[in-house]
Design a protein around this ligand. Structure first.
Ligand SMILES: C[S@@+](CC[C@H](N)C(=O)[O-])C[C@H]1O[C@@H](n2cnc3c(N)ncnc32)[C@H](O)[C@@H]1O
Length: 280
């Protein structure tokens, strides 16, 4: 990008609207992702950036273009293993009366995380149980993709076992479409993690994976503080493999208890766990 002021202005816009930090050194990325948008409007990059101040539609496109949507099926594998082997059996006991589970995929990208969980629930929930997976993201483009539930051959090649492809997908043209019975358990909502959460109810498992890395320490701490009441007292929060609450302010390390499940740290509400351990 030629003008540092244009980069500064885009970086401030992204920070204001998503809390994602686009530091100096990311100019190449901004240039690569915004040039096609500028071209589509017949503008140079700097003119396009100037236009953003008064064009909300283009601002939304810029946010969509600058979010990092990297994801894959059963990403990192071990959290899904821990979910099936430990969290799910515990929840099946604890929810034996309601027979209902609620899961939140809290930065869902194009939906591979949510549909991976849906496949596991489809296989492991006894009959008569209900489940709902709420998918949220700041990118409207990604939410459209979750709704569509369609994936290219390249995308299904990333982590999806062949048996699951056969069992849960049908071919539509050159793409693969996820089965209706999984799609109807997944709902989609636009949500900015850095802003106050709307009323979503509480969740038994929250997947907040590979998104905190894009925020500064203060925003991360704020999100983790507001996540606490979104989780049922005996629920689980899963973070990405390079994300942790250990480097957080003392109130957070005290309120989130870290339970090691196999190779995966699962975060739990410390006060609720203390109460249940003392039988209170
Ligand atoms: C790298 S993807 C992670 C996807 C998935 N959780 C996984 O682990 O594979 C990060 C996602 O976070 C979303 N995101 C970034 N900033 C956000 C914000 N402030 N609020 C909600 N979602 C955000 C991006 O749009 C993107 O889809």
């Amino acid at each position: 990008m030629t003008a540092p002021s244009a980069f500064a202005s885009v970086s401030a816009l992204v920070r204001r609207e998503t809390s994602m930090v686009y530091d100096e050194g990311k100019e190449y990325l901004v240039e690569a992702r915004l040039t096609p948008l500028a071209n589509a409007k017949g503008l140079g990059l700097e003119e396009y950036v100037a236009r953003l101040a008064f064009d909300a539609d283009e601002r939304r496109k810029v946010i969509d273009a600058l979010t990092i949507n990297e994801t894959s099926w059963f990403r990192d594998h071990t959290p899904y293993q821990a979910f099936t082997d430990a969290m799910l059996p515990a929840l099946l006991e604890e929810r034996a009366t309601s027979r209902r589970l609620r899961i939140w995929s809290a930065a869902c990208s194009s939906g591979q995380e949510a549909y991976s969980i849906a496949m596991l629930l489809d296989q492991h929930l006894p009959s008569g149980w209900e489940y709902e997976i709420v998918c949220t993201d700041i990118s409207t483009q990604m939410l459209d993709r979750v709704r569509a539930g369609r994936y290219s051959q390249v995308e299904v090649n990333r982590g999806l076992p062949a048996t699951s492809l056969v069992r849960y997908f049908s071919r539509v043209g050159r793409d693969w479409e996820i089965a209706e019975r999984l799609r109807e358990r997944v709902s989609v909502k636009h949500l900015n993690l850095a802003a106050p959460f709307p009323m979503l109810g509480t969740f038994d498992v929250i997947w907040l994976r590979n998104v905190l890395i894009y925020f500064d320490a203060e925003t991360k701490a704020d999100i983790l503080r507001r996540m606490l009441p979104m989780l049922t007292p005996d629920g689980y929060l899963l973070l990405g493999s390079s994300e942790t609450t250990l480097d957080m302010p003392a109130d957070l390390t005290a309120s989130w208890r870290r339970d090691q499940i196999g190779r995966v740290p699962a975060y739990r509400r410390a006060s609720a766990m203390t109460l249940s351990r003392t039988g209170a």
